[in-house]
Write a protein that binds this ligand. Structure first.
Ligand code: 1HN
Length: 348
């Protein structure tokens, strides 16, 4: 030990740098600018059969009122403690029991609800309620008041579970999170149910409508309609070799995504489908609606059944296969990558 080796000199020097809140770029350059994405998020699946009991148990341990939102967060094992399923996106399973209300609030984070089970609950967005049915895709745009409720058992209420998808980690990384509680637990209902769908959900828009907002004026996209479109397309032609029959949800006034930060899709994979491999820089969360199949993500392989949720990190090769006719809902950070000119895709 000379105490004079270059290594020792550097160590002493780095110590001085740290004291001055400095760091040598040359020690981290390769990590900072990788040749290709090296996602910290890992492929993972949450099997609904294994977690449903835990979701339901939350119902007897805490009320929706006390919890504000009674949700189990799906934590990516590669992003511990981050409340994130991908670096930009959050996922959680929310339970609302008959007779409960999840009080009204608003925040800058955009949210989606994808209904997993139960058909009695409603959500209100900007003065309009919509009733939830399994497979429906519902949006809560940034800074809109929203509350959820479920009628009593006597009025036909049953436990309802949905998948929440939000851009929480993205907004946190930008220090752009704001939130407010509504002064009452429920916002006033200003329009009858179905009003926004009648105005914007039929390939028509009110004649003098002006687009002033990047988010979709349709806030509930019923499963029935999406399923019908996939079914017709499947009967009309050959499925895509990578995607099967895949559609994206749109904001009917712009043709763009329903919300500025989150893309959503629904796809049909016929029984026997063995998809080719692709990868993309957007990171995607899937929720299985119908069927049975398997997915290969990098070196991982998972089998899936209805209500399972799995995550495909960015740039991981993925291929889908179906043993039975299957329907998959998915959401990703594609609009963000696309807007920043960072979207790359490879189909092999
Ligand atoms: C939120 O507002 C909801 O409104 C669900 O149901 C999950 C997670 C983090 C922050 C806000 C909801 C949420 C959330």
């Amino acid at each position: 030990m000379t105490g004079n080796s270059l290594h020792d000199q550097r160590s002493a020097y780095y110590g001085q740098l740290t004291e001055q809140r400095l760091a040598p770029l040359w020690e981290s350059l390769h990590n900072l600018v990788p040749k290709a994405p090296r996602p910290q998020a890992v492929p993972a699946i949450w099997k609904y059969a294994q977690i449903r009991d835990l979701v339901m148990q939350a119902g007897s341990l805490i009320s929706a009122q006390e919890a504000v939102r009674r949700v189990l967060i799906l934590q990516n094992p590669g992003l511990p403690g981050k409340s994130a399923i991908t670096p930009a996106l959050y996922a959680g399973l929310q339970l609302i029991l008959p007779g409960e209300i999840a009080p009204s609030h608003r925040h800058t984070q955009s949210a989606l609800r994808f209904i997993v089970e139960g058909r009695s609950a409603w959500t209100a967005v900007n003065g309009e309620r919509t009733t939830m049915h399994p497979g429906d895709f519902i949006i809560t745009p940034s800074w809109t008041w929203h509350d959820h409720g479920n009628p009593s058992v006597e009025e036909g209420g049953e436990p309802v579970v949905w998948l929440d998808g939000l851009d929480i980690p993205l907004i946190a990384s930008l220090d752009a999170g704001f939130a407010e509680n509504y002064p009452e637990s429920m916002q006033p209902v200003l329009r009858p149910e179905g009003d926004s769908f009648a105005r914007f959900g039929h390939n028509m828009v009110p004649v003098r409508h002006r687009v002033t907002d990047p988010t979709s004026p349709v806030f509930s996209y019923p499963y029935e309609r999406s399923r019908e479109a996939l079914d017709a397309l499947y009967h009309n032609g050959e499925p895509d070799e990578w995607d099967g029959v895949k559609l994206r949800y749109v904001n009917p006034t712009t043709g763009g995504w329903p919300m500025p930060t989150i893309a959503t899709f629904m796809q049909f994979l016929p029984a026997g489908f063995a998809g080719k491999t692709y990868r993309s820089t957007d990171a995607t969360i899937y929720c299985v609606v119908e069927g049975r199949g398997s997915v290969r993500i990098g070196d991982s392989e998972f089998t899936f059944e209805p209500h399972d949720v799995f995550v495909v990190p960015g740039w991981q090769p993925v291929s889908l296969a179906a043993q039975a006719d299957s329907v998959l809902f998915s959401y990703s950070d594609r609009p963000v990558l696309s807007a920043l000119n960072l979207l790359r895709e490879e189909r092999t």
